[in-house]
Design a protein around this ligand. Structure first.
Ligand SMILES: [Zn+2]
Ligand SMILES: [Zn+2]
Length: 421
């Protein structure tokens, strides 16, 4: 069965997340977006663990579902056109901060757990090492290699995926506190890593330039801090609905079971170019080189973005493609598209009304962005929506790139095109 999975989200117990990030909202939002499997996130957090244990029940092997009476209440918020089953997979993001080979390392890793019993035993081990109570994404002074070892000792079905591997801070390969290779981080356990999350500021094409990533499955997730952000990136599977089938599809990267990813335009990500947000300095890697890596305004080192970092590490030229890559589809969140058409903010009431109308008439957001024919999209009756989706699918858009924590800005239409349509 073909289905979409978003494997990195948070709960309201993680710092800087929205208050309504609970299982009910994840369930509703997953359907609106067209996602079948959504991660619980934060399963290491005792209160979230308790909530998950109380509200979910086992479904297919290794997957969980909301209890039927809760589902029933939530379904009323989902248009009939979007209703479909939602399953949860247990996972958590762990932030490791530690010293290794003379440098402070900070990196984020996703751990996946096959059931609540294993999760409970993993949590007991982590609780002895550090504080897993104060944050849904716990910060531990635990070497990522040792985290992986503890995880695999807890269960051979568990697995670890390095999160948003290029983010300058907090990632495996990030410019500020990362490593230069997988082996530098995971040592003897490197062969236990079979997938990495590319993050919002990089797409597969950029990752293809780094040959040591060739054997790994490149996955993409939303890292949502609010239910609405679910599915801004996601993975497309074609396999049985079960924990082990998902793991296998990632592990063996068979083109029949892992069908690729939905991707943010990387330029729209917060760390695409280099710069200083507070100094309004946005640099391409070439400009950064000219200024010796320092900010011309405050003279301090610039935050080196993902594009620059990949160019630093890569061993392939731009445009070169390794064998056996998975396809990917670049998308723009539907609310952003509608926001541009209507010329009002993407969180405005007007955008929300049009968004809900689209979903009612056409189906889930990812279906609208990727699957539904342009003539059907026209039937939703929103002027320019068909043209916007067409341009997005062709990659025919303009982006002011993001840098140093500031999201990039997308423009689908030029002023001339706006007049024309
Ligand atoms: Zn993270
Ligand atoms: Zn500066």
């Amino acid at each position: 069965m073909k289905f979409i999975a978003d494997l990195h989200v948070h709960s309201r117990f993680s710092r800087a997340t929205s208050k309504n990030l609970d299982l009910e909202h994840l369930y509703v939002s997953a359907q609106l977006k067209g996602i079948t499997v959504v991660a619980t996130g934060d399963i290491t957090h005792p209160e979230w663990f308790k909530e998950v244990s109380e509200k979910l029940e086992p479904a297919e092997p290794g997957l969980y579902r909301l209890k039927k009476n809760i589902e029933k209440n939530c379904d009323e918020q989902v248009p009939l056109s979007c209703r479909s089953k939602v399953r949860f997979v247990l996972n958590s993001e762990i932030s490791s901060i530690y010293k290794k080979t003379g440098k402070t390392r900070k990196n984020h890793n996703l751990v996946f757990l096959p059931n609540l019993t294993v999760a409970a035993s993993f949590n007991r081990k982590l609780a002895k090492i550090g504080n897993i109570v104060s944050d849904g994404r716990p910060i531990l002074g635990l070497d990522a290699r040792n985290l992986l070892e503890i995880l695999l000792e807890t269960s051979d079905q568990a697995f670890l995926v390095p999160a948003h591997i290029w983010t300058p801070w907090f990632s495996l390969l990030g410019s500020k506190s990362g490593f230069d290779s997988l082996e530098d981080c995971f040592d003897d356990l490197s062969n236990q890593i079979f997938a990495v999350e590319t993050g919002l500021s990089s797409n597969p094409v950029m990752n293809w330039r780094v040959s040591f990533l060739d054997g790994l499955t490149l996955i993409s997730n939303s890292d949502a801090h609010s239910p609405d952000k679910l599915g801004r990136e996601a993975n497309i599977f074609n396999t049985n609905l079960s924990y082990s089938a998902i793991k296998k599809a990632l592990q063996y990267r068979d083109a029949r079971t892992f069908l690729g990813t939905y991707e943010f335009y990387p330029e729209e990500g917060k760390y695409y170019l280099d710069g200083h947000r507070n100094c309004s300095v946005r640099f391409s890697p070439e400009m950064t080189l000219i200024f010796g890596g320092n900010c011309p305004v405050c003279k301090k080192p610039l935050t080196i973005g993902v594009l620059n970092r990949i160019e630093e590490i890569c061993d392939r030229k731009e445009g070169e493609k390794p064998q056996n890559t998975s396809p990917f589809y670049s998308i723009i969140p539907l609310k952003e598209i509608i926001s541009e058409i209507l010329k009002v903010g993407s969180n405005s009431k007007k955008v929300l009304q049009h968004y809900q109308h689209c979903l009612h008439v056409l189906g889930s957001e990812l279906a609208i962005l990727d699957l539904i024919t342009l003539s059907d999209i026209e039937s939703a009756g929103i002027p320019m929506l068909k043209e916007a989706v067409k341009k997005m699918r062709e990659g025919n858009i303009h982006i002011v790139p993001g840098y140093d924590g500031e999201f990039g800005k997308i423009k689908i239409f030029t002023e001339n095109e706006k007049k024309q349509f």
